[in-house]
Design a protein around this ligand. Sequence first.
Ligand SMILES: CC(C)(COP(=O)(O)OP(=O)(O)OC[C@H]1O[C@@H](n2cnc3c(N)ncnc32)[C@H](O)[C@@H]1OP(=O)(O)O)[C@@H](O)C(=O)NCCC(=O)NCCS
Length: 330
Amino acid sequence: MSKIRAAITAVGGFVPERVLSNKDIEKMVETSDAWIKSRTGISERRLLEPGQPTSFMAIRAAQDMLKNHNVSPEDIELIIFSTVTPDMLFPSTACIVQDAIGATNAWGYDLIAACSGFVFALTTGVQFIESGKHKKVLVIGADKMSSITDYSDRNNCILFGDGAACVLLEPSQDENGVMDSILHIDGKGGKYLYMLGGGSLNPPTHETVDKKMHYIFQDGQPVFKAATKGMADVSAEIMEKNGLTADDIKYLVPHQANMRIITATASRMGVGMEKVMVNIHKYGNTTTATIPLCLYEYCKEGKIQKGDNLIISSFGAGYTWGAIWVKWSI
Ligand SMILES: CC(C)(COP(=O)(O)OP(=O)(O)OC[C@H]1O[C@@H](n2cnc3c(N)ncnc32)[C@H](O)[C@@H]1OP(=O)(O)O)[C@@H](O)C(=O)NCCC(=O)NCCS
């Protein structure tokens, strides 16, 4: 029996309307539009309104996918929901989305791998298609980073934004699809990027709130160094493993944490910046949503065609990192 390959057959996305520009942030902390642009590549980001949870965006992204690709929600068999900002610790946000979109025959769960969440979730979803267990798997990446960002901390508040996007996986009908993946974790990196409060280690108390333990903590420089090396290494590794050269690649689809990390990864792969998907300038770091939002927008704009080789690459808290080779199927 020939091997079943998984293919991305549909995409959807959603970003909130409210824009937080660098000029707006200049009024909140001591920083400047010029510093933020030159050190990160970010000009603005989108923020969800208070009271609207992560699922608000994810439901809209999924509905966008269902409508534009003519997919019936009852046909979805599994929902894998990647996020570090679930609506609540439980029930899972996968359950909330399943109910809202009418995916009455699906099971599902949440998955945490921070900025590598979508790469880990996509690879996980692929296994359910390749094994023959399921025929339609919805993989969602969504984060409301504004809900865990301290807007008085200039080291972090400049970086993050809110967004959601999703892909549908189905058995491939041709030679295209998700070809290979390489994933890594290293818990030694945990001390540089984390949120201390709210879990079983530090359940919420007045003290955890006073000490700002429910916000992202990041020691930027070690994370920057590890991300630059990790993303570049794993991207080069997946190309070498599969005998791919820069000429074979239509697009690098990197996680959008910092434009300088993206440039370093592209340079290591030998691809020019015209072959790199970028949305950091307008959305900032939307954590698990950066990569599917890139896929969604470039697909919608007709910039990717069936058969194009994409290298998806990520690095995030944990540390978590990885790369996926995709031959585009839409
Ligand atoms: C956060 C980050 C943008 C900071 O950029 P950087 O070039 O490393 O800046 P540094 O931390 O070295 O700080 C340089 C100076 O700028 C200052 N600075 C920091 N944030 C600033 C801001 N928003 N505006 C102006 N100055 C700022 C620092 O205080 C420091 O001043 P000092 O030299 O007087 O101490 C960068 O480290 C980064 O992108 N890290 C990785 C982020 C990431 O990828 N996170 C997600 C997981 S992948």
